[in-house]
Write a protein that binds this ligand. Structure first.
Ligand code: ZN
Length: 134
């Protein structure tokens, strides 16, 4: 397992981590298998979606803000209930197939870490399993 560290710079943002995941796969030597990217946090999430046009993830973040307002009489006293709910909706992980040693994403897909309560230091766990050349 590889641990990726990243620092987010806004309260909400989508950071493309695809290239870092590709490097982790290359270093693993796995040729056929799966790669799981997991966020061990409660207010950020992992998503796979369009990486070609950055407006798609901006629209997503803006829409999530409308869907889950920051103040809505929540019980959780930390003031970040909206962040928890957004992370719950997106989910903590994504699994992508590996074929011929490469991440097998669709043509327009990228892997994003969605920050919902930044800025913070975050870690992602990248687990690569399957058959390799070692
Ligand atoms: Zn909280």
């Amino acid at each position: 397992m590889v641990k990726l560290r990243l620092r987010t710079s806004r309260r909400e943002e989508a950071i493309d981590v695809t290239e870092r995941v590709r490097r982790a796969i290359a270093e693993s030597g796995i040729r056929e298998g799966t790669c799981t990217v997991f966020a061990p946090h409660t207010t950020c999430a992992i998503a796979v979606n369009e990486g070609h046009d950055p407006a798609v993830m901006e629209d997503f973040l803006n829409h999530m803000r409308e869907l889950v307002p920051r103040e809505a009489g929540f019980e959780h006293a930390e003031g970040n209930s909206d962040s928890h709910i957004k992370a719950l909706l997106v989910g903590p992980s994504a699994t992508v197939p590996i074929t011929a040693g490469a991440l097998t994403l669709g043509q327009w897909q990228s892997i994003f870490m969605c920050e919902f309560d930044g800025p913070r230091e975050r870690s992602l766990w990248v687990s690569v399993t399957g058959e390799g050349r070692r």
